[in-house]
Design a protein around this ligand. Structure first.
Ligand code: AGP
Length: 588
């Protein structure tokens, strides 16, 4: 996904555009660009790199003009090059466009427009929007008509902001987020409230198939069919302070340490809301839990515990696989959709599909104003504040904590999740983070293959731990169900392999210890994550003993997050904005 921003202001807008893009950089950081309007002339500056790098090399913040647009890119169509960076202009440069999403039919449109004489300068799908607007605007110089005709022609998911040489900003959204910000000095069109939160907390969330035209006189909103409409103004709950690193070197380590409190915050729910959520699950014929990446790992944990404690089948389905596995869905189905951002395309299309088949949609999100929260029948927030680091950390443990709170409530306290006790234990573990850093520096130089073994409730954590190591430190890491070892993965084990064994003293202890002996016999180095020392481990990361084995995921993942962070430091990887990734994947 990319980040887009448009501003019409009483002050020069370039410094604010750069600042807004810096706060939304987690959405994509392959290239950056601005266009501003000064004396009816649009100037464009864009280049490869992150916001600080491109701002420095091209002096973006010094650009002139009271109207402007900006973009950070996560490349999907066309390589990471200067000419594929946004904004993209039409032939006359009187229209410039920034876009998030994918225009799926851009090739036939490009062909059609080229035959009409339009000259394309990039390989992107986005550029067709600029030329389509030009084509229709030239017909009768009517921006409203031009954008309506344009959105009729483009297929796919999109949010774009187009700047016209007359000083208007025209924007539209279909399945990609776009929110308007209103202050005394400016109007904003942004992918995310973080784009304007420093200047105003007054937000107007555009619905799907909405178009908005902003100029210095005001904001006009209408639908793709041209019908005027209005959208309410909401006061955004988040504080800007939440998106500063404070004394931490990176957002990711800051967010790992925020788990001392965020796991508690996730369980602070309004009674009527959590009651409605639990009642819906209780009355469901069948329950499906879905998500992507870390949120899918939470779906696995929730499904395992829900099925075990409520004697009701919870089916975990990966969101990207949902469209191939939805035969059991009907009006008695409850779909629990889990997503930090609430904007992940695979999750949104899964909920759309399930809703069309009659299912009730419950969502667990971190962004309360997200599309998923607003389209679900009932939604609970995990209240962990903005998560900027691309690797999910506090959002994952927040989701798991809320799942515990829901299932504990429905099972009459069979998990025994005491947020104060768990928060206290996580605080103690975080206090020894330097121990993990030392372990990384001792064991990991020159290690390229890492395996994580676990059984039962520990299996989703070996998957999550492996994901953190891949995305943060760019190493090959694989989470393996320990019982599957002899059915193949054991062939990978040799003296170069490092194997984490998640092995607290619960009912899986003995079986997992056998797995440790099996890999040890092949020469692998073993790091035990356990509350019980054992000589089989070359190194051990101690975790507290938990009263209920179902609670181990929360204390097992924290040292794996820390390990991944310090490994990323050792590998000089970007701890907050890993290569090739984005915070939420809003394209399928
Ligand atoms: C996790 O660290 C990754 N950032 C990624 O796998 C993420 O969990 C996935 O893209 C889902 O995002 P969501 O929770 O915002 O839907």
């Amino acid at each position: 996904m990319c980040s887009i921003i448009g501003i019409i202001g009483k002050n020069l807008v370039a410094p604010e555009l750069v600042d807004s893009l810096r706060r939304m950089e987690y959405r994509g950081y392959d290239s950056v660009g601005l266009a501003t309007l000064s004396i009816n002339k649009i100037s464009v500056r864009k280049g490869i790199g992150n916001v600080s790098q491109v701002n420095k090399s091209l002096s973006l913040a010094e650009m002139e003009g009271f109207v402007g647009i900006g973009h950070t890119r996560w490349a999907t169509h066309g390589g990471v090059t200067d000419y594929n960076a946004h904004p993209h202009s039409c032939c006359t440069n009187d229209i410039a466009v920034v876009h998030n999403g994918i225009v799926e039919n851009y090739l036939p449109l490009k062909d059609e427009l080229s035959k009409k004489g339009h000259r394309f300068k990039s390989e992107t799908d986005t550029e067709v929007i600029a030329h389509l607007l030009e084509e229709h605007y030239n017909a009768n110089k009517d921006i409203k008509a031009a954008i309506i005709e344009t959105v009729k022609r483009i297929e796919g998911s999109f949010a774009f902001v187009a700047m016209f040489a007359n000083g208007s900003l025209a924007c539209a959204r279909l399945d990609e987020p776009l929110v308007i910000g209103i202050s005394d000095n400016a109007f904003y069109a942004s992918s995310d409230v973080l784009g304007f939160l420093k200047y105003t907390d007054q937000a107007m969330f555009l619905d799907n198939r909405d178009i908005a035209i902003l100029d210095k006189h005001g904001i006009n909103i209408f639908t793709f069919d041209g019908d005027s409409t209005a959208r309410g103004v909401t006061k955004v709950a988040w504080e800007l302070a939440d998106v500063n690193k404070g004394e931490f070197a990176h957002y990711t380590i800051k967010e790992i340490f925020e788990q001392r409190t965020s796991i508690k915050a996730a369980t602070y729910q309004e009674e009527y809301k959590i009651k409605a959520f639990c009642d819906a699950i209780a009355s469901a014929g069948n329950i499906i839990v879905t998500g992507s990446g870390s949120s899918y790992h939470t779906s696995l944990i929730m499904s395992m515990i829900g099925s075990r404690l409520l004697k009701k089948r919870f089916d975990p389905v990966m969101a990207s696989e949902f469209k191939y596995n939805n035969d059991s869905i009907d009006k008695d189905t409850v779909l629990i959709a889990i997503s930090q951002s609430g904007e992940t395309a695979d999750v949104l299309s899964a909920t759309k599909l399930a809703k069309a088949l009659g299912a009730k949609i419950l969502s667990i999100v971190n962004v309360p104003t997200s599309s998923l929260a607003r389209t679900a029948d009932a939604s609970l927030g995990i209240n962990c504040g903005p998560e900027i680091g691309v690797a999910a950390t506090k959002s994952f443990t927040g989701q798991v904590s809320l799942a515990y709170a829901i299932l504990d409530r429905m099972s009459g306290g069979k998990i025994g999740f005491d947020r104060e006790v768990v928060s206290d234990r996580i605080t103690k573990m975080l206090a020894d983070s330097t121990g993990i850093e030392r372990l990384v520096n001792i064991t990991m130089p020159k290690v390229n293959d890492i395996y994580l073994l676990g059984r039962s409730i520990h299996f989703p954590i070996v998957l999550e731990g492996a994901l953190k190591m891949k995305e943060l430190a760019y190493v090959h890491a694989e989470g393996i169900a320990a019982g599957e070892l002899k059915h193949g993965p054991l062939a990978l084990m040799d003296k170069n392999a490092v194997v984490f064994v998640l092995n607290p003293d619960d009912k899986t202890y003995g079986d997992t210890l056998s797995s440790a002996y099996e890999v040890k016999a092949r020469g692998a180095k073993i790091i035990g994550i356990s509350n019980v020392p054992n000589e089989i481990y070359d190194a051990m990361i101690p975790i507290p003993r938990m009263e209920n084995e179902l609670l181990y995921p929360l204390v097992e993942i924290v040292p794996l997050q820390l390990f991944s962070y310090y490994l990323a430091l050792q590998h000089n990887a970007d701890q907050d904005f890993p290569r090739n990734l984005a915070k939420s994947v809003t394209v399928r």
